[in-house]
Design a protein around this ligand. Sequence first.
Ligand SMILES: Cc1ncc(COP(=O)(O)O)c(C=O)c1O
Ligand SMILES: N[C@@H](CCCC[NH3+])C(=O)O
Length: 425
Amino acid sequence: MSQNRFNISEEQLTQLAERYDTPLFVYDVDQIRQNARAFVETFKQYDLDFQVAYASKAFSSIAMLQVAKQEDMSLDVVSEGELHTAIEAGYPMQRVHVHGNNKSRTVLEMAVENQVGCIVIDNFFEMALLEDVLQEKGQTIDALIRITPGIEAHTHDYILTGQEDSKFGFDLLSGQAEQALNHLMNHESIHLQGVHSHIGSQIFETTGFEMAVEKVFDALKLWYDRYQFEARVVNLGGGFGIQYTKDDDPLPLSQYVHTLVSAVKSSASNHELKIPEIWIEPGRSIVGEAAVTIYEVGAIKEIPNVRKYVSVNGGMTDNIRPALYDAEYEATILNKSDQPIEETVAIAGQSCETGDMLIWDLDVPTIETGDLLVVYSTGAYGYAMASHYNRFPKAAVVFVENGNDQLVIKRETVQDLTRFDMSYE
Ligand SMILES: Cc1ncc(COP(=O)(O)O)c(C=O)c1O
Ligand SMILES: N[C@@H](CCCC[NH3+])C(=O)O
């Protein structure tokens, strides 16, 4: 179960909850580093060029990006805010890749001014905007084109991205990708380095990735034969699955690298193409299992013969995933792990939404108001997708490494919530 994969003791988590209050995200930095190294070190076993870019959408903060930088990762950003965080964290801009299906002129200007390593071009509108920005600034930039390979990976519909009917990227089947290539080959200011493909997120089997590699190389072969285009870089995205509950059985992270490298090698050799630099973009698998959220139990309501609702001081405002994707989590009560299971309860969030539930059926020892509930595997897309719904301030985030803890995102106050409000009298 996920709690067995988390290394910070219940005793320390209890102390942290007392010191920093709840709700509280606690990240195990050692685990983040191990995950990053699992990818980087596995690539190093091969004689090829690679980049492992942390997909900062999973959890972006200055401290987090400093850790990613220390671990020699490149960085995927999607917005002005994520790029700004990278700048504040002192990220080497050459290692930053800019994504997004609706990049604003401002983010493109920021990217060009800071000379980021690469822009992943998503559509024709953006291409024209980028050309304009480059012309205005008299600069050039490296780019990849994002292609949708027409792969339907096994995951929730909302986190699928590689299928033909997608808002992301240039479609291979309809010829849009080839049209983009034609426009960008030998372009004056946009220097096309290769292609990008990301098939979706929380994917456990490797078949989808292997199929995507095949599709990408089929296209590259065609483009080589027709235009002598050779990709220097092939970015295969992220999406590697993690364990949320005991029903999830993820592969070791190294396995994804082995699979991708061997798929690239065999596709390249089948098509007599050079082996390009391989880039990947893991987000969830770097931080997901490396954090927990600690809540305090408040109201408890039992409906006889129906259900016992146990409300905690957080919910969809710090973890929208159950409401958005029916995502499932495991949790325990701190300091009661030695007590026998007595009941099955539903853990409810505190927002005014019936769907604001964190866990529908959780087996626990007798649960009481004031207990501390720890929910596992909340490190990815938790704080990152947090909202101010009902004007609940955002939680605090603490990093723990070698037994030492450090606050890395302060808890918001209610005063923070009205900071931008203007009076209307
Ligand atoms: C383009 C792109 N790269 C990388 C990621 C990171 O995915 P994950 O967090 O599943 O590794 C995503 C999210 O699905 C994405 O859209
Ligand atoms: N936010 C989603 C995944 C989308 C990843 C970005 N394309 C999740 O929590 O699972």
